[in-house]
Design a protein around this ligand. Sequence first.
Ligand code: HEC
Length: 295
Amino acid sequence: MNAIMWAIGLFSTLIGCLPEGGNENVKSATTEHKAVTLAPVDTVQTSKLLPPVVVAEYDLVALELAGAFADIAQRNVQVENDPLYKSGRRRFRGYALNEVLDRLEDFSSFSTRHHSLVWVCADGYRTTYEFHSINGNGGVLATGLTDTEGHAWHSYKQGKRTNKQRPWPYQLTKLQIVSTERIAMRLSTPDPEAHGEGERLYKKHCMSCHSMNLIGGIMGPEMNVPRNILEYRSESDFIAFAANPQAFRARSAMIKMRYLGEDKLKKITGYVKSMSARKVCVTAMGCAEYADGLE
Ligand code: HEC
């Protein structure tokens, strides 16, 4: 009954192709001409400054191909008002989720309080579940439709191409376990007394589109790494832009935040600025190593 559905499709063009990091020329180009350089920050420091949030990763497709789930009986499940195919009732078949999880090495060592589950699709789209959402044992990891001939997935459109190959629903490929403490660490201001309120406001109003230390949405630009936005924008422009982006850029995709008022926007600005003292990475190369950061 309670099928867990994997959303994806719509977002496939948004994520997909993060550029490869590792441009070795940056280093040599910067050391000699300090005044006019291509890389503005310390180029020596490429190491990870905060621990990665992903503590374990299971490649479900590889495990299935290797036969790890071969002894699990397939179940049938019916979903009323299927949210993704949008064609009303659909019938799926798949594995009981708890049986799949039982077969993942060390899965039981992750605690419900300190970790979350991130389902990763082939194009990079991710969706996060809390442990308690899967604890009812009712989830089914669907592997196909049973209401079409051939028991196959409907092919879905990816750009102009049609992809019929993916073995998992909506291209689900991996399960990651992320540490909720480490995520909190990446978002928390070093000065909670002064900027705790700004942090709360930022999470509520900005984070769905803007990442902070690579945690958060990707529709708008990252705010902190490698350079904190307030290292290259003035506070007054930051606030004015947030209040009315279209006054700066015609056709800006950002919504007006004027309704928050100057006081709240100032608090958000204070929080964002404070995060320059807590960066997860400080070079383009260092940040490219965190392909795991999107939430
Ligand atoms: C609905 C998504 C969305 C939300 C929510 C959002 N932004 Fe944006 N933001 C964008 C996009 C997209 C851009 C890219 C620039 C553009 O389209 O003009 C942007 C750009 C910006 C810029 C300019 C960056 C630069 O250096 O050019 C600032 C500043 C900014 N946003 C601040 C904020 C703040 C502060 C909040 C929360 C109060 C916020 N944004 C909430 C989508 C969003």
